[in-house]
Design a protein around this ligand. Sequence first.
Ligand code: ADP
Ligand code: MG
Length: 681
Amino acid sequence: MEITRLKGIGDKTARLFYKLHIETTDDLVGYYPRDYECFAPPSDLCDAAVGEVAAVSGCVKGNIATRHIRGLSITTFEAVCADGVLHMTYFNMPYLKNSLKRDTQYIFRGVLQKKGSRYVMEQAKMFRPEEYGRLIGKMQPLYSVTKGLSSNAVTKAVRQAIEVTDLSEDYLPEEIRQSEGLYTYAEAVRQMHFPDSRDTLVKARERLVFDEFFLFILMIRRMKEDNALLPNRCPMIAVAETGRLIEALPYKLTAAQRRVWKEIEEDLTSEHAMNRLIQGDVGSGKTILAFLALVMCAANGYQGALMAPTEVLAAQHYETLIQMKKRYHLAVSPVLLTGSTPAKERREIYERIESGEADIILGTHALIQDKVVYHKLALVVTDEQHRFGVRQRESLAQKGRDVHVLVMSATPIPRTLAIILYGDLHISVLDEMPADRLPIKNCVVDTSYRDTAYRFIEKEVAAGRQAYVICPMVDESEVSDLENVVSYTEKLRERLSPSVQVASLHGRMKAAEKNRIMEAFAAKQIDVLVSTTVIEVGINVPNATVMLVENAERFGLAQLHQLRGRVGRGSIQSYCIFVSGRDRPETMARLKILNESNDGFYIASQDLKLRGPGDLFGIRQSGDLRFSLADIFQDAAILQKAADHADRILAQGDLPADEKYAPLRQRLARMATNEVDFRTI
Ligand code: ADP
Ligand code: MG
């Protein structure tokens, strides 16, 4: 059912929901909270932690004053609490002057700050005591929102959606549900949105995480044939060209790179088609291995394709390859095909691909469109594999007949999990960094350090270097204390010397615009790039030496590590500054793990250890394995169980015709047609 049929959702509100990709009541039911708010009884000021959300009871006294500064209205007043005075500030809420009752008790809930010896709260929520009393002990859902749409509005819509949706059909076979002690689907959905308690929430999440893994595994197992045993229909021989390239490179391959290259070369010449995953931390040098494979493929008279998740990255690979071709006189004919390739050029490229004249094809998803017909595709490489859906990778592979498959990923996942997730792929681990790298210097700081950090960035820029600044959000939303790209860029322009060129980049920009900015950054026309995490994927600008991450506490450590991988990609000393919006000791301790090590694998495991299994709704560990709730690290035990059940069922045949599997079959069929594509593998 369309969301516009719900109460309180007109066209205007609906458009805000569309921004969140919510169009139907089903979408709402599956739009899980990003967090929950727990209402604790009000505390005294001296008992509340500074920097944390607190609820304090206070009486509004004295003058309620409103000032206007540069179009912003600022309303301030004092609330007298049992053990002190709380100074309240509100922005753009001038009506408070009339609506607030003086000499009346309110509960103020917000982040408690201390400025000098004064207790301060900004934009605190206000409740009458009886109203607050009713909320104590309850967990209220908090949804990710967009400007103009409050979490409350989403809550109301979800409540209605759950009422009108029939949740009674459970696709999960009863036997599995029983044996794992899982909630029914209906119970899980209700408790996920509106938990009775923390315990029911944990159970609800467990069931929904199980679902995600179970369906995912069934889908990939059914889609893929047993690739490891496919015959090699595109046999190759080792060629001198690759050895020559390795010799000519300005650097020496690491031992790990040499080992993995040997494995690839053996695969391509063996009896079976290659099906290999290269797992290597950011900066370990995966690209050159892909290029070597592509060069070998071309020298054998075949075509090879490399698909990257973003245009920026595809273009970068193309540039690198063109440079190599020129410098080392490689006998290859590469082409670049992306969504923004102009129509005329695109037609020419299609022809060159179809005729076989192009032998190395680089690009984005554009490579798997129907119009692209390959001449004799023998090898497909996907870079930053975790960014693609399973289906997308398979589509590329199906452009040829039993082609060789090479996938590259920087996501450090434990081997046992990799086998569950990637099935029959052979795994090569690049566990060594190029020798010329200086370890990145890291620091974890609070917001008071910002100015020092800005001066540092200016200094590096003056020395000819560049910097990234990462913020968690695109534009201002209800969650206003998070730094966001758009306003941050403005602010930074004011704070940095005018000679420093600052630009912004975020996921909502058009691809062509993103390309333009990335190119300008690579060409050093931009000194400081303020970005969301779109930057984390594969970008290689070795001249960028500083990364400053705002609200670092909002990111999983593994993701921070990926982000950090954008600097330290050359022989120049690089720096990473993690700014935490919270100075709680636990938060700082967690972030400081990043200081201890530059090893992605170690970081992920330490993070997990520190947070412990109870911390279910904290930060997602893996920013890029796109399950909506599940986390492959944290939920490894559930993943294993889901895999066991999936295998047990499939062992009886490709989803046995049994009546009890009927809803499951339907659900999988629906997933296939809805083009739901899991982005994991
Ligand atoms: P990633 O594994 O993150 O994809 P890249 O392949 O982009 O890393 O490599 C990062 C940088 O390191 C590139 O500039 C590349 O030229 C360089 N590089 C790759 N291998 C080596 C090596 N063995 N020694 C020195 N530099 C290398
Ligand atoms: Mg890469």
